[in-house]
Design a protein around this ligand. Sequence first.
Ligand SMILES: [Mg+2]
Ligand SMILES: [Zn+2]
Length: 189
Amino acid sequence: MNTTKIGENKNKAILVDRDGVLVEDVGYHHKLEDFKLIPNAVEGLKLLSKDFKLIIITNQSGIGRGYYTLEDFNKFNNHLIKELKKQNIKIQKTYYCPHKPEDNCECRKPKTKFLQEAAEEFGIDLKKSFVIGDRKSDFEMGKNVGCKTIHVLTGYGINAKNEVSPDYFAKNLLDAAKWILKKDSKYQK
Ligand SMILES: [Mg+2]
Ligand SMILES: [Zn+2]
């Protein structure tokens, strides 16, 4: 089945934020004792994993700020990947930005560098893909490349100054998954 040629972007992906979407966001968390999956996140990913490649894109300025190390981040993130694998959920890759906002790097969301990279690396058609997140920077990034965007309310909540509106507000990842599958089935026709 995996015969996609490079440049022939046929795959669909879910580009998902990590903190506040998959794991509870307690603020610059990096210790395993703070690891807690958000209710329904696993169910949501399971539904989506049949038709979509699953990719995490996360801003981790805590590394650049010196709150935790890259090693801490890797330990925490590998734990997440392992827990999901136990549930038969495959995450293709985690793209993370370790920079502080003031570094003005090329990869921090809402910049689209990681989306472009993922598209190339996994042969993804971004126009048929979805970005799920809990902050404005997530939707901004997705909108900029033509992805559909979903705001899950399990994390940061609704920012009053949210000028960028997502295509859908979801209670949680399972709710988001159901909406995506409905939307996606319309594209097929
Ligand atoms: Mg988040
Ligand atoms: Zn960066």
